[in-house]
Design a protein around this ligand. Structure first.
Ligand code: ZN
Length: 497
């Protein structure tokens, strides 16, 4: 067998015409246009000067390029140099200039961009609700919570070298330290703040700013029932006071679930929890978290108690901290705030605190305002724990966000990088809308990398006839039908006003 026979007689030349690479980008670009994002950005960035390239078009195109995988501004040539399909798109220097203008415009310019994205989101979510009957529910331990919009706040460190403005040492290394707000229902970024590396993980003022921006980004019709989660030691007085105030508004419901620091006060309470007060925890599928003991019998599905080790438990500490002999130790915190603890068997080799090492368990604490009288599964400690762990999904969103523009900032200027981040968040948002408005099956759940490989990077032939251009996706491309179906759905979106 000739395993290298395909090479025989093969020549590679650079003289093709009518060929389009990354042809699937038309899906994202048409979506940006048809949902009204491009027009909104164009209005937001309108200038009195006579410009060849409309700045809204440039920013929308940059978002499309980032959605397509562009990591540096020069990658923009994929669109800029394919004028036959994309028309007269901007050159790389023009993209730099557009970002520089936004940077000079400061918070005012960024605010206008946010306004345009949020206006487009109102139309997109209306269409998502029309297509699916509702906004997708929140997955909690094998169940689905419908009718609630979930916002997750989390900070991440983007490593970059010291030449960048704001790149500073932090607990994870050296770089920038954006704080982001994501929507769990749609997996899209709602708000982001690009901060210097030294910004604290729990800086209350930043959390309040991003929380408010994220709520403002949620279309009004989807804001009445909110769930807000924040990680780690997100709990500051200021954040909880704001969440408590938001929850108290008439006609609104807001349930929060925020990480809490394990301090001496909490350790003392944990020592007092009677063993029977620890309830077994459940995993992401709603199964109890247990594993086989080393000395277990041969029947892997046996019912012997001694053959199973429970791996995680949940308990509520509110009573011990509020009504113990020391009086109300949570005095000054919102009265409706309840505190929960989860204990897990540490992984072998995990770094343990002295307390955890002595005790044999690793503890995670969080606070919530979910009322004790909550009926049904959501009121059970195991599900209150699972609802807090939903927060871990923010890490997936940040991970995929990092290959959609927020993993690499192109400029040495912080203001320029803020402008780039605005385009990057718009890119991730467009991909989320693409999934929910135009795709089916596994593609509707696929990560950006998969969408690029299967859809956006598809090649095509462009032909002209009469007054029309026709884009022919290769007939043998495995996802050609998915591209066509998506194109039809995007083309059928109602025109923005
Ligand atoms: Zn057994």
């Amino acid at each position: 067998m000739n395993t290298t026979g395909w090479l025989k007689g093969l020549r590679v030349t650079a003289d093709g015409t009518g060929v389009v690479s990354h042809a699937g980008v038309v899906l994202v670009r048409a979506l940006a246009d048809n949902i009204g994002l491009t027009a909104g950005l164009s209005k937001a960035l309108a200038s009195d000067r006579l410009l060849v390239h409309d700045r809204g078009r440039v920013l929308a195109d940059l978002a499309c390029a980032i959605a397509d995988g562009a990591e540096v501004i020069s990658d923009f040539r994929v669109m800029g140099d394919q004028a036959e399909l994309f028309g007269l798109a901007a050159s790389v220097p023009t993209v730099w200039r557009a970002l520089d203008e936004i940077a000079r415009g400061g918070d005012r310019a960024l605010g206008k961009i946010t306004g345009a994205v949020n206006a487009a989101r109102r139309r997109a979510w209306a269409q998502i609700a029309a297509r699916h009957g509702a906004l997708p529910g929140i997955h909690i331990a094998g169940k689905r919570l419908e009718g609630v919009t979930c916002i997750r706040l989390d900070a991440t460190v983007v490593t970059c070298h010291s030449g960048k403005e704001g790149a500073e040492p932090n607990f994870k290394g050296f770089g920038l330290h954006p704080l982001l707000g994501y929507c769990d229902n749609t997996s899209e970024p709602l708000a982001g703040m690009l901060r210097p590396g030294s910004a604290g993980s729990n800086t209350a003022a930043d959390h309040l700013t991003v929380l408010d921006a994220a709520i403002a980004a949620v279309p009004p019709g989807f804001r009445r029932k909110l769930m807000v989660t924040a990680d780690g030691a997100g709990a500051s007085h200021a954040l909880l006071a704001r969440l408590d105030a938001l929850a108290a508004r008439r006609g609104y419901e807001l349930t929060y679930s925020v990480g809490w620091v394990l301090g001496e006060r909490e350790r003392a309470a944990l020592r007092l929890v009677p063993e029977q007060a620890w309830q077994i925890a459940i995993d992401g599928r709603g199964q109890i978290r247990e594993r086989r003991a080393e000395s277990a019998c041969a029947d892997r599905h046996c019912g012997h108690r001694r053959c199973w080790i429970e791996e995680a438990h949940v308990t509520e500490l509110t009573g011990l901290l509020r009504e113990g002999s020391a009086g109300d130790q949570l005095d000054g915190w919102p009265p409706k705030m309840r505190i929960f603890a989860r204990r897990e068997r540490p992984h072998p080799g995990a770094q343990l605190t002295l307390f955890e090492a002595e005790d044999g368990w690793r503890y995670t604490l969080w606070v919530t305002n979910r009322p004790a009288a909550t009926k049904g599964w959501l009121g059970q400690p195991a599900y209150i724990d699972a609802a807090h762990r939903v927060h871990a999904r923010v890490e997936d969103a940040i991970r995929t966000g990092k290959d959609t523009g927020i993993g690499k900032y192109p400029s040495t200027s912080l203001a320029m990088n803020k402008a780039w981040q605005a385009a990057a968040l718009a890119a991730a948002t467009l991909l989320a809308w693409l999934r929910l408005l135009a795709l089916d099956g596994t593609l509707a759940k696929a990560e950006p990398k998969t969408l690029r490989y299967r859809l956006l990077h598809a090649a095509a032939k462009l032909t002209r006839g009469g007054r029309q251009r026709r884009l022919h996706i290769a007939a043998s491309w495995p996802w050609a039908t998915d591209i066509l179906t998506a194109w039809d759905r995007i083309s059928a979106l109602p025109q923005p006003p």
